[in-house]
Design a protein around this ligand. Structure first.
Ligand code: CUA
Length: 347
């Protein structure tokens, strides 16, 4: 580690450069405004001070040009900063469609991470350089916050729902991961490392690790183990909704509400099926609260996503007729993208 003075950690993600540029321009504009106003106060206090007991204050009236200038110039400047900030915010909040998905579970006091191909890590995350990575995160206890200063990303991790963040590492290296939300006695120890690796080295790392099977295959196993398949048939009429093609679809509920089947909805429907009943069905499903861990839930979700086509895709049916795309990884799981999936340029 070098010891020279630094205001921030090195820029190591695709958004870091613009993020810092915006930050310093904001700081510079605000600094100039502060200094300008302070200078005007000092100048006016001297120039227009009362010089004797009998002197009457000088009256200044009008000045439409001046008033328009100090209204319109700051308006343009500050609206410009707002527009730029909003644009960058939406970029940071919107993962690219081809991003590889990694599931994160925060708990007191560690980060548990799982790749779609099944590789699991604790407080460490290996990712390839130059590939967008989307994190789908939840907590099994209190609120945590996933913070990687070098990537300029920070996102709260909440119990009971999923939040996402994405990044693309731009150079190989080890980058600090922090929990940025006070979460109890050992909050300061809830730290780890992101290992950004050249794609070739990353591939070697993947091949060294012995995964117990992809997340979706583990989810599928559980789907049978918990006897979900007895009611949730994939063919023919059933007393429970067909889950094929569920992920990302609009679902009509019994009370008339229409919701999108996202990770949070699927999780809730497993733990507390009565919370949202699908129109045309009755509440016959048992409650799974306390029986499935957060990691098992992410595996079940990965399975349901694997049997759903990507948004905007064709009918939820077999995987054969779909056009090949980056969304389909090497083991034929549509709707989900693994870093290790076959991809041109990476071998
Ligand atoms: Cu987890 Cu602080």
């Amino acid at each position: 580690m070098t010891t020279h003075l630094r205001f921030a950690t090195q820029q190591s993600s695709s958004v870091a450069g613009e993020y810092d540029l915006l930050f310093w321009i904001l700081t510079a504009i605000c600094g100039i405004v502060v200094l300008g106003i302070a200078a005007m106060i000092a100048y006016s206090a001297l120039r227009y001070r009362r010089r004797s007991e009998t002197e009457l204050p000088e009256q200044i009236q009008g000045g439409i040009k001046l008033e328009l200038t100090w209204t319109i110039v700051p308006l343009i400047l500050f609206m410009g900063m707002f527009a730029w900030g909003a644009r960058l915010y939406f970029e940071i909040e919107t993962p690219p469609a081809n991003a590889a998905e990694i599931y994160v579970v925060g708990k007191q006091w560690m980060w548990k991470l799982q790749h779609l191909d099944g590789a699991r890590e604790i407080n460490e995350l290996h990712v390839p350089v130059g590939r967008p990575v989307k994190l789908i995160m939840t907590s099994q206890d209190v609120i945590h916050s996933f913070f990687v200063p070098s990537f300029r990303i920070k996102q709260d991790v909440l119990p009971g729902r999923y939040t996402t963040i994405w990044f693309e590492a731009t150079r190989a290296g080890e980058f600090h991961l922090f929990c940025a939300e006070y979460c109890g006695a050992k909050h300061s120890g809830m730290i780890g490392w992101i290992h950004a690796m050249e794609p070739r080295n990353y591939q070697e790392w993947v091949e060294r690790g012995a995964a117990e099977g992809s997340m979706s295959s583990m989810g599928e196993k559980m789907f049978h183990q918990f006897a979900c398949a007895n009611c949730h048939h994939f063919e023919g009429p059933a007393t429970c909704p067909n889950l094929r093609g569920l992920y990302g679809r609009q679902v009509q509920l019994k009370d008339g509400q229409i919701i999108t089947a996202d990770e949070t909805y699927i999780r809730e429907s497993i733990l507390d099926p009565a919370a949202k009943i699908v129109a045309g069905y009755d509440n016959v499903m048992p409650n799974f609260t306390g029986q499935v861990s957060e990691e098992q839930l992410t595996q079940l979700i990965a399975f349901i996503k694997a049997i759903s086509p990507p948004p905007g895709g064709d009918q939820p049916s077999s995987t054969g007729s779909r056009q090949p795309s980056e969304r389909t990884n090497g083991i034929g799981e549509p709707g989900s993208s693994s870093i290790t999936g076959s991809r041109p340029g990476v071998r």
